[in-house]
Design a protein around this ligand. Structure first.
Ligand SMILES: Cc1cc2nc3c(=O)[nH]c(=O)nc-3n(C[C@H](O)[C@H](O)[C@H](O)COP(=O)(O)OP(=O)(O)OC[C@H]3O[C@@H](n4cnc5c(N)ncnc54)[C@H](O)[C@@H]3O)c2cc1C
Length: 727
């Protein structure tokens, strides 16, 4: 680090470079040692980072008091205690809506599973509780059904109608046995082995308990530790407000502080036109920061609870400032050499030539990282970034020996992250299932079933085909990020689940692979306990990354999850985790709402069983769950009516965010008087999670900012977490 460079030695070391500048340059910079100045400015920036870490310290300590919240470091496989059979049929998702049904013979596992199901159904049927239950609810249930006309979708999967009414609090007065699913439900499940069945079974198996006992907190309910800024609602609103350009005041303030610090370092007792060496020092001293904000794993992210995708904004900003400083440094010299007629002779010097390599690499890094390139050719952008960084480091290393400590610091940060990336990478077999109604692929990795929290994502590469299925060739090796769509330690045997929308080249190829194999059927050889599925591939899965950081979802009074398209993955995992913790008595959440915006109403069809099972799972607890689906593309030809379970709505148009936010706030505080619950704790805030495109994130951000101070205070603060698909 720069401590190694004393002012004297730094000045001496910088001398060869400076000597190439004009004599005026030397005279203006004698008073200040650039090495010393930049070292101090860097110390200032590091202190700012430490102060930011101090602000999150209470939340960090609070989170790590709960063992479950330690999860989310490394993916792994655990032998889960399972009270349910693990039939292969359960892994076949009901989200799999094939254009043509698969025609292969059932495996033994599946036959046994079906048998097991029928047995449990008959047990259910004979249960007096279950019968009473069905009778009690059938009338209310029928009244509450809402009907919607949907465009034709073939084939429409049968779905499960949860037997409980919509009022989650009504269940408090009823004592049923744990079979909250009715006998009809079980019959449906057996006919239609699905993800819904796995959801339902997950919910059951996780909670061998009675409904009445569900209403007694049995587990360790996490204490809520709010974000410090949410305690000052006025400041929070101001900081989260998005002014004319698309960044919040909070981020603008951080950027401004950074710019002022670096302008001070670059201009203090120095004229940039006559002293270009200073800009060079400013540039090199920022390399460790640019790298710190770019790497996938850093101490900063781990302690702060900030995902790399969150820190990436600072990487982009610091990176642009770095490019500016490098160019100012180079142009100053080029100008003075050209004016003095010594440009060509300078080019012959190896150190100067190395400087030019560094300059070229810097500009390549900038040009090929514009949003346009990232969006159109992400892999090209990434390749150019890697080549650019190597060339830049080599150039700077040869160009100026005195600045090498900064390079060493950056290399240490890079190596640390790379080693952790290696440790966080697992190779496993994955099954691919096409979901034509969503034009998406469902990926199941059964070899990995634990080690993440809701909202986290993994980066995947397809290394090759498995069990006779072709892979995606070399193109498959590209790493792509996807949010995990289910809860960790899910005993239903699907392992880690991803839902991948066919959005571009890589994802389309994956979808085609899943679809082709599904349409062609698959050989008996492939049907064994490990590999049921139309297409199997070897995947490298790296992660988990991102997620809600130190926020513990089950410590809030209310949760609003807003998803756009394939962003529903976050909501699915969060809802599963919520139901799991609610039923285990480890949650403060009283009201949860999922808002899903999709282009077409038919997109709901493959998710219906999953949503129905979730609503059924939540209906026997004192946590209200609502799912509101909005479709933006109205279709002319309307077709068969679709029955929606209570708690699920389907509405045309864009989601009215302010209205939905207010409804969630009302719902979350309904049980509380004067900030306290009759039999429980205090109002502990609202968590708003948004997952999907950037525009959706901005829309939700604006709606949250518009909530008045009093409302915000009463609920105990509103926290916003964005999981945006792209940066
Ligand atoms: C944190 C995160 C979580 C995501 N979760 C999901 C999910 O659960 N389900 C889902 O369907 N999609 C998700 N996405 C989006 C998904 O990663 C892209 O759709 C996918 O990588 C597109 O690759 P492609 O080659 O098919 O398309 P392309 O045409 O190459 O790219 C389409 C878009 O995806 C972006 N993109 C492409 N490759 C990458 C990459 N390696 N890293 C980041 N962005 C890339 C591009 O900038 C472009 O905007 C997520 C993205 C991020 C950043």
């Amino acid at each position: 680090m720069p401590t190694l460079v004393t002012p004297v030695s730094a000045a001496a070391a910088a001398a060869p470079t400076a000597s190439h500048a004009t004599t005026t340059a030397a005279s203006t910079s004698t008073a200040v040692s650039p090495a010393n100045l930049l070292f101090n400015v860097d110390l200032f920036l590091i202190s700012l980072l430490l102060a930011a870490l101090l602000l999150v310290l209470p939340r960090l300590v609070n989170r790590y008091r709960y063992l479950a919240q330690w999860d989310g470091l490394f993916l792994r496989h655990e032998d889960l205690p399972s009270s349910i059979p693990f039939p292969s049929a359960l892994s076949r998702s009901n989200t799999l809506v094939n254009p043509e049904p698969l025609t292969r013979e059932k495996s033994m596992n599946e036959k046994e599973a079906a048998l097991g199901h029928s047995k449990s159904i008959s047990r259910s049927k004979s249960s007096g509780h279950a019968r009473t239950h069905s009778r009690t609810h059938s009338r209310t249930h029928n009244r509450q059904l809402s009907r919607h006309r949907l465009p034709p979708v073939a084939p429409t999967p049968a779905y499960i109608m949860p037997a409980f009414g919509t009022d989650p609090f009504a269940a408090q007065t009823n004592v049923y046995d744990n079979d909250y699913a009715t006998s009809e439900t079980h019959a449906d499940l057996a006919r239609n082995p699905s993800s819904a069945s796995s959801h339902a079974l997950l919910l059951r198996s996780n909670t061998a308990t009675t409904v009445s006992s569900l209403n007694r907190p049995r587990g360790k309910i996490p204490d809520h530790m709010p974000q410090l800024l949410t305690l000052v609602p006025y400041l929070w609103t101001m900081m989260r407000t998005v002014p004319t350009f698309p960044i919040t005041y909070a981020r603008s303030l951080l950027y401004l502080t950074y710019v002022v610090a670096l302008l001070y370092a670059g201009l203090y007792k120095s004229n940039p036109f006559t002293d270009p060496v200073r800009a060079g020092w400013v540039a090199v001293s920022q390399i460790p920061f640019v790298i710190l904000f770019a790497v996938k794993n850093s101490f900063l992210g781990a302690i702060g609870g900030w995902g790399y995708e969150m820190l990436n904004h600072f990487h982009q900003f610091a990176g642009r400032f770095f490019v500016l400083a490098v160019n100012a440094h180079a142009l100053g010299y080029i100008y003075s050499w050209t004016a003095g007629g010594s440009f060509i002779s300078h080019l012959k010097s190896p150190t100067m030539l190395a400087g030019f390599v560094g300059l070229l690499a810097t500009d390549v890094l900038l040009v090929f990282s514009f949003r346009l390139v990232r969006e159109r050719a992400y892999t090209f952008f990434k390749t150019m970034h890697i080549i650019g960084v190597i060339a830049l480091f080599a150039g700077v290393y040869v160009h100026s020996a005195s600045t090498r400590p900064y390079l060493y610091a950056a290399v240490v940060l890079l190596l640390f992250s790379l080693v952790l990336r290696g440790i966080k990478s697992k190779v496993a077999t994955a099954q691919l299932y096409p979901i034509p109604a969503l034009k998406a692929t469902r990926i199941e990795v059964r070899g990995i079933n634990a080690g993440w929290r809701a909202g986290m994502h993994v980066r995947v590469r397809v290394l090759g085909g498995a069990h006779g299925s072709p892979g995606m060739g070399v193109r498959g090796w590209e790493s792509h990020p996807f949010t995990i769509a289910n809860v960790s330690k899910n005993p239903n045997g699907t392992g880690l689940v991803l839902i991948v929308k066919a959005a571009g080249d890589w994802t389309n190829r994956l979808y085609d692979l899943a679809r082709t194999a599904a349409a062609a059927g698959y050989s008996e050889k492939q049907v064994d306990a490990e590999t049921q599925g139309p297409a199997s591939v070897k995947m490298m899965i790296e992660g988990p990354y991102g997620g809600p950081g130190h926020a513990m979802l089950n410590s809030f009074s209310g949760i609003l999850l807003v998803a756009g398209g394939s962003g529903i993955t976050f909501a699915l995992a969060a809802a599963e985790e919520l139901i799991q913790t609610v039923r285990a008595g480890k949650s403060r959440v009283r009201h949860a709402r999922i808002v899903w915006s999709v282009p077409d109403a038919s997109n709901l069809v493959p998710m219906l069983p999953t949503f129905a099972a979730m609503l059924a799972g939540a209906s026997s607890t004192r946590t209200a769950l609502h799912i509101d689906v909005f479709y933006t593309r109205a279709s002319a030809d309307r077709a068969p009516q679709l029955t929606l379970p209570p708690g699920l709505t389907l509405t045309p148009g864009r989601p009215p965010m302010p209205k939905l936010l207010n409804a969630t706030l009302d719902g979350a505080s309904a049980l509380f008087r004067g900030g306290r619950e009759r039999h429980g704790g205090q109002l502990s805030g609202l968590f708003v999670g948004v997952c999907g495109p950037e525009s959706l994130g901005d829309e939700v951000g604006k709606a949250v900012s518009a909530i008045g101070q009093d409302r915000r205070k009463r609920i105990g603060g509103i926290e916003l977490h964005k999981e945006i698909f792209g940066w």
